[in-house]
Design a protein around this ligand. Structure first.
Ligand code: PLP
Length: 413
């Protein structure tokens, strides 16, 4: 339907098949939270579950919980629970460490699988930690050269039989641009290279088919669309096909074949378990498991349909109500090419975002000049989109953003 009023939005919310999911989050009704792509909101029941685990498993059962409460195997059991969300099978995903550390493990393992090839390809605009981790690993190993996709340089331009590994972000963290995972993976494989997909901005935002697309490795975090909470462990996917030969150099005891044999020599565990390193941060798995209980009931194709409608509506309304107010769309116009977020440019994006936050509309700023709004379909309402655009228009028309307090930069933007 064509939306021409707030009442139309309310009607869409009433008919929303995901409406019941929204009630499962603890979200203040006064807040329009468009930053779930950076830190997902809190699922109800998390605090109670956390208290229970602390009091019963830690407080009473103590060290017995490593066995009895399954603490030791959390990276694998939670990995199996997460696997369906990325189109992976059991035994292909391990949940542990941060995305950065998991990328290091996947990257070094992938390089070892392509001996004699010395070129690594990534993207100029990929989330910087990915570039930093590649740089660190390459300097440490020596003998590798980096090529970057960017302005006027495509993947096709860079691929050759010297390329070992290509690291790409499925959904761009700034613009929301989506890569065609199947076509790009196929192209990379035609040149004999391996691919690592960073799924931070796609897991929980759109259906992902890692095995169906014959992906080699993938990494991602769980605190954005998956609502795992601050400090939630990340994940790494290693295709079953590569598991016998893929070894990673962070050879800690939890990735050992027999951690409690206390041998002097490292023997990697079979399967994806060798991508574990040390003791899992047990308490950080608790909120993620509460969230995965919720995700078990969510249909990702419904999520995708709704977030495309929400982002389309946001862009339509911005174009209609904020025309000539100095905004520029920095995301693809076509919903099929866009993840679950919209980026806008303005000469004073930082100040505008701060002014919006003061009015209860939370988005974020990404240097140098972008304001970013996430529309997780699990809890954002069509009426929120309407209200957010009206407030944005008001902030721009009145010049509220010019207030000096909105120019003060915090550490986290
Ligand atoms: C959020 C994000 C990360 C975060 O990495 P951490 O190591 O978990 O801090 C990495 N890559 C991308 C693309 C991201 O969006």
């Amino acid at each position: 339907m064509t939306v021409t009023s707030r009442a139309d939005c309310v009607e869409l919310d009433d008919r929303d098949p995901l409406a019941a999911v929204r009630t499962r989050f603890e979200l203040s009704p006064d807040l329009i939270y468009l930053d779930g792509n950076s830190l997902g909101p809190l699922p109800s029941g998390t605090a109670a579950r956390m208290t229970e685990v602390i009091q019963a498993q830690w407080g009473q059962d103590l060290i017995r919980s490593w066995n009895d409460a399954g603490w030791f195997d959390k990276p694998l059991t939670v990995g199996d629970r997460l696997a369906p969300l990325v189109g992976a099978g059991p035994g292909e995903v391990v949940v542990c460490d941060s995305t950065s550390v998991n990328l290091f493990k996947a990257f070094t393992a992938a390089l070892e699988l392509r001996p004699g090839r010395s070129v690594v390809i990534s993207e100029t605009r990929i989330f910087p930690t990915d570039l930093y981790m590649l740089q660190g690993a390459m300097e440490f190993l020596g003998g590798y050269r980096r090529e970057l996709i960017g302005e006027g340089v495509s993947l096709e331009d860079l691929l050759s039989d010297e390329v070992a590994v290509v690291v790409l972000s499925h959904v761009d963290y700034v613009t929301g641009r989506v890569h065609d995972m199947r076509a790009v993976t196929e192209l990379i494989h035609r040149h004999g290279a391996l691919v690592i997909w960073d799924l931070c901005h796609s897991v929980g935002a759109l259906p992902i088919a890692l095995n169906d697309c014959e992906v080699d490795f993938a990494v991602g975090c769980t605190y954005k669309y998956l609502n795992g909470g601050p400090g939630a462990p990340a994940f790494v996917f290693v295709s079953r096909q590569h598991q016998p030969d893929a070894v990673q150099p962070l050879s800690g005891w939890h990735g050992h074949a027999a951690p409690f044999a206390f041998d002097a020599d490292y023997q990697p565990a079979a399967g994806v378990a060798r991508f574990r390193v040390g003791t899992p941060l047990v308490l950080s798995y608790v909120p993620l498991e509460v969230s995965l209980d919720l995700w078990d009931q969510i249909d990702l194709s419904e999520v995708r349909t709704k977030n495309q409608r929400l982002t389309d509506l946001f862009i339509d309304l911005v174009e209609r109500d904020c025309a000539d107010l100095g905004l520029q769309l920095a995301s693809p116009r076509s919903a099929a090419e866009r993840g679950s977020q919209v980026a806008l440019r303005h000469e004073a994006s930082y100040q505008v975002v701060q002014a919006l936050i003061a009015r209860g509309v939370i988005g974020d700023f990404r240097a140098p000049d972008v304001m970013r709004f996430g529309f997780p379909a699990t809890y954002v309402k069509y009426a929120d989109v309407w209200d957010a655009v009206q407030i944005l228009r008001d902030v721009l028309i009145t010049g509220q953003w010019r207030d000096a307090r909105f120019a003060v930069r915090s550490t986290v933007t």
